[in-house]
Design a protein around this ligand. Structure first.
Ligand SMILES: [Zn+2]
Length: 292
């Protein structure tokens, strides 16, 4: 899908190219939450490996690198262009039965990219730099795959072309303020899911992670194969209709009622993504990693 609308409210306006850029992910808050939740459930070996791989990063934590793959848009446009299809998958046949050959040609979709980056991350023979970038991609892509609007089957670019008038006290960053008039934000359903639902909880990262980190120990899980990763995307896709995520083709006005209604679902997706990310990293880097 060709995703058009830029919405990065927590990123400085100068880092965003404006209203014609792409919204390709949970906004930074959502990605950071996934990273923070996973970081809390790494085993000691995986935590040490993550520290080695991220040494030198401005913020050497999973939360700190969680939006790196989106930030490539500005820091490395060529690389971003080459990887832009890694952030989503779209079921072109309708329904939620993704088909790798049809929906993920050349492996250029979120599940194909995640599969490859997991392999690089776990391969000690790869250069550290490659494994570092693989880690950053894995953190990001696991988050994207659990955002329902990144794994849909409609032809509206993951909700980017489903325009919405959202009445909200949450003001956007400067670059988007021209779309915010009298408390109403002219946006789209993708951005509502990327940012507004979670941001309207009104918690900063650490407090929000505390609130969502309700699970006990995260059990070890084996490396998921491509089919399992595809099923994770199907799980996101099925939520769209099962929960009535689309408010109806003639209902393009919404307010806190929509945000409040879907916040538990969005938070559950963040929780699941955090748990699965921890399991993936413990599998690839932890005490039970195959190469140890
Ligand atoms: Zn993304």
């Amino acid at each position: 899908m060709s995703i058009r609308t830029c919405f990065r409210p927590l990123i400085a306006a100068l880092l965003c190219l404006g209203a014609t850029s792409a919204a390709l992910a949970w906004a930074p808050l959502g990605h950071a939450l996934v990273g923070e939740l996973a970081q809390r459930h790494l085993d000691s070996k995986a935590r040490a490996e993550v520290a080695i791989l991220l040494a030198g990063e401005p913020t050497p934590t999973l939360a700190g690198v969680a939006s790196w793959a989106d930030d490539l848009r500005n820091t490395d446009p060529e690389r971003f262009k080459a990887t832009s299809r890694w952030h989503y998958v779209n079921a072109k046949g309708g329904g939620c039965d993704f088909d790798l050959a049809r929906d993920c040609p050349d492996g250029d979709c979120v599940t194909g990219a995640l599969d490859r980056q997991l392999t690089i991350l776990a391969d000690r023979k790869q250069p550290l730099e490659a494994r570092r970038d693989a880690l950053k991609f894995v953190v990001h892509l696991v988050g994207d795959e659990h955002q329902p609007m990144h794994a849909g089957n409609r032809t509206d670019s993951g909700g980017n072309r489903f325009q919405v008038s959202l009445r909200t006290p949450l003001q956007p960053e400067a670059y988007a303020r021209k779309s915010y008039v009298d408390g109403v934000m002219a946006t789209n359903l993708h951005s509502v899911w990327d940012y507004y639902i979670l941001a309207s909880r009104g918690l900063v990262l650490g407090d929000y992670a505390d609130a969502l980190d309700t699970s006990a120990a995260t059990p070890f899980a084996p490396r998921p194969d491509a089919g399992v990763l595809l099923e994770w995307a199907a799980g996101s896709c099925r939520l769209i209709d099962a929960h009535g995520v689309y408010p109806g083709d003639d209902q393009h006005k919404m307010d806190h009622v929509y945000l409040d209604k879907f916040r538990p679902l969005a938070e559950a997706r963040v929780q699941l993504a955090g748990k699965r990310l921890a399991q993936l990293l413990n599998q690839a880097l932890g005490a039970q990693a195959p190469s140890h």
